[in-house]
Design a protein around this ligand. Structure first.
Ligand code: AMP
Ligand code: MG
Length: 498
């Protein structure tokens, strides 16, 4: 692209952003300064206009070819300072000191017109100092899955990382057979994981632990500075956000799949998507990751596992906060989780005010959901739209028949409870629609668009992304996604490489 065209404001790339790379100004041994190893045949598979707008990029002024060559490392990005971050963490309960960005890098941090800061992270850029046995690559299949899930989460109002674009390639690597490689440009305010703190704690570098805590507080939790112990306040704030996050997962039947402490963001966002699943049938013991033999990360274990992860973060902060105070905070975690779960479930059920028996009604709902193998998301959508609950097609919503009539009985109690709500039906319905979308991302949908992408057609992917960004709006072309998942959906097998 000739320079005069660029200056004329015509065709820009990421250099149009204002970079301020604060993490790269921290001590040199906290990361590895590194270049991207370009993929062959890189091309744009998807671009995300709402995220571009978040960053302050005008999609109309963007040159897609320039964007691809920057994401692919064919040319450098003026203002960026790419680094692979060092962190450690607990994987499946065991401490691993050798982690870090093994296939990703923080391209840089940008500040938009609203003075908001965003990290741009590229996942799949080749080997780094922390790659261990890995090839440093991400395959198209897993990059699409992360991209879809992050848009779906954002559409549901669940905190998550996002993505600016997906670059696909003609280069292959070994996973489930040979698969094409890709790079996903992940965007979030924060790439600091619980494992960043564990790194300094377990290497007994407490001064640097404090430096990281100060950096994190100043950048993400400035309000904690006013507290008697800012580090305790920081911990409590992370705890609250994290309890709220896992509560939302439980309300939507979302299974993360790999809840290691290096996959936990200190911002309380859903982070590092792998073999995740929004369950088609409510099954508390569901394990999304076929490599998770012990079922450590089963759906119903997520709250206690996240609590375990919070205790790992607490351990790492012991040099900065009296242990007793951290423990005291942890004691409150389950209550915070339960309160947040109740709050969202009341909203999903259309209750505007809290009543005494609501907890029991919600608990009964989940118990019956398990017994009937209910598709909770389609069921709650059906409740939102139904005029007369007698007309609900329960057979299409349940995997197992409501043989003892407990679901019908529950609906009776629910109807009585709704009758005590002050809001009129249209108001209640509008409120319920905001939390009970018509479309929820299912593994089979991801499989379908991945299959097309492997054939070089990214249109189905981009159509599905658009659907998931506004999941309450009816989409005539893709409305089959509101229906029952196909029979083959139950046979989808996900692993760590997903
Ligand atoms: P994950 O399971 O994606 O959370 O990754 C766990 C750790 O393995 C992180 O340190 C990653 O950077 C690293 N890792 C995962 N896949 C690869 C790969 N293909 N090449 C190099 N490192 C990887
Ligand atoms: Mg990870």
């Amino acid at each position: 692209m000739p320079d005069d065209l660029m200056e004329g404001g015509m065709a820009k790339g990421l250099e149009a952003l204002s970079f301020d790379n604060s993490y790269a100004r921290l001590p040199e041994h906290w990361y590895q300064r590194i270049d991207i190893k370009p993929l062959k045949g890189a091309h744009l598979a998807s671009f995300n206009p709402p995220v571009a707008a978040m960053l302050g990029l005008d999609p109309c002024e963007l040159d897609p070819n320039r964007l691809v060559s920057q994401i692919n490392g064919d040319v450098s990005v003026p203002g960026a300072d790419p680094i692979a971050m060092k962190y450690t963490g607990h994987q499946f309960g065991f401490y691993n000191p050798d982690l870090g960005d093994g296939r990703g890098l923080l391209l840089g941090e940008v500040i938009n017109d609203k003075r908001e800061r965003w990290d741009i992270h590229l996942k799949g850029i080749g080997r780094t100092a922390y790659s261990r046995f890995g090839d440093g690559r991400a395959v198209l299949r897993s990059s699409i899955r992360e991209y879809l899930a992050s848009e779906a989460m954002a559409g549901l109002g669940i905190p998550t990382t996002r993505a600016l674009c997906l670059v696909a390639s003609d280069q292959f690597t070994q996973r489930n057979g040979m698969e094409p490689c890709a790079v996903l440009a992940r965007v979030t305010p924060c790439h600091i994981r619980f494992g960043h703190f564990e790194y300094f704690f377990y290497s007994r570098r407490y001064d640097e632990l404090k430096q990281l805590a100060d950096y994190t507080i100043d950048r993400y939790y400035p309000e904690c500075r006013k507290a008697d112990n800012p580090y305790l306040a920081f911990y409590q704030a992370v705890q609250s956000r994290t309890a709220s996050l896992v509560a939302l997962w439980q309300c939507y039947g979302f299974v993360h799949g790999v809840l290691n402490t290096d996959n936990m963001s200190v911002l309380g966002e859903t982070f590092d998507y792998g073999p995740y699943t929004f369950m088609d049938r409510y099954e508390p013991g569901f394990v999304a990751n076929k490599n998770d033999d012990e079922g450590r990360y089963a759906f119903d274990r997520q709250p206690e596992i996240v609590l375990w992860n919070m205790s790992a973060l607490a351990q790492a902060l012991v040099p900065l906060v009296p242990q007793k105070e951290l423990e005291q905070s942890l004691v409150g975690f389950m209550k915070e989780f339960r309160d947040q779960e109740a709050l969202r479930m009341r909203a999903r059920l259309g209750f505007q005010r809290e009543e005494k028996g609501d907890r029991e009604l919600v608990d009964a709902f989940f118990r019956i959901a398990r017994e009937c193998q209910l598709d909770i998301n389609r069921f709650l959508y059906a409740l939102t739209e139904a005029n007369d609950f007698n007309g609900l097609d329960l057979a299409s919503l349940c995997g197992r028949c409501d043989t003892d009539g407990s679901l019908s009985e529950w609906l009776g109690h629910y109807r009585e409870r709704l009758a005590r709500e002050a809001a009129s039906d249209p108001i209640r319905r509008a409120q319920m629609r905001s939390v009970n979308p018509r479309y929820v991302l299912r593994n089979y949908m991801a499989e379908e668009v991945i299959r097309e992408a492997h054939n070089g057609d990214y249109k189905p992917l981009n159509n599905l992304l658009a659907l998931l960004r506004t999941p309450a709006e009816k989409n005539e072309q893709l409305d089959h996604y509101a229906g029952t998942p196909p029979d083959w959906a139950g046979a989808i097998c996900l692993t760590c490489s997903s």
